[in-house]
Design a protein around this ligand. Structure first.
Ligand SMILES: [Zn+2]
Length: 175
């Protein structure tokens, strides 16, 4: 009898511990966004924040891409092969950048779009590394997002080649 009771207690204890598992692990970017006082998906006020300040609130990988124009390695980004329905926001400041309806399967190794939100991005000529490219930046926080090329599909013929880490995807159902 005693044995049976301890077994019951054991099962009960196990059920209890399982109730609290698994812990939902949120992505680094989301976690950081919460500690980032400048991040907002509704506030469109232009930001003028120094890199010293950004360095304190962004994870190092995002800082390197967004503020120092680094490029993430091809085929490694989380949105490269990703086709959920929703919107893409700037991972640094929350500004709206792309809709999933303009994303297309490109073989270049980075998430690609044929159209950007006109109010979300601006362009700069980039002649670094011996190439002549057009850089795409966030209109709200001036962060580097990627480059745009003219070998994209219809209707625009453009290919916005973006770094996954610079983007924050929000599914339609989460809005
Ligand atoms: Zn931004």
């Amino acid at each position: 009898m005693k044995f049976l009771i301890s077994i019951t207690i054991l099962i009960f204890l196990q059920a209890c511990t399982q109730k609290h598992q698994p812990i939902k692990i949120t992505s680094m970017e989301n976690k950081e966004a919460k500690n980032n006082p400048y991040y907002s998906r509704t506030d469109t006020t232009k930001l003028n924040i120094s890199n010293n300040e950004w360095k304190k609130v962004l994870i190092p990988d995002l800082y390197a891409v967004a503020r120092e124009s680094a490029t993430e390695r091809a085929f490694t980004g989380k949105y490269n092969e990703f086709d959920e329905v929703g919107d893409y926001y700037c991972a640094v400041c929350g500004n709206h950048l792309f809709r999933s309806t303009s994303k297309f399967a490109s073989s270049c190794g980075w998430p690609s779009f044929f159209e950007a939100d006109k109010n979300g991005v601006y362009y700069k000529r980039d002649q670094s590394y011996g190439m002549d490219r057009v850089e795409v930046l966030c209109k709200r926080c001036d962060s580097h997002l990627g480059h745009v090329f003219d070998d994209g599909p219809k209707p625009t013929g453009l290919r916005y080649c973006m770094n996954s880490i610079s983007l924050e995807f929000v599914a339609v159902s989460q809005k």
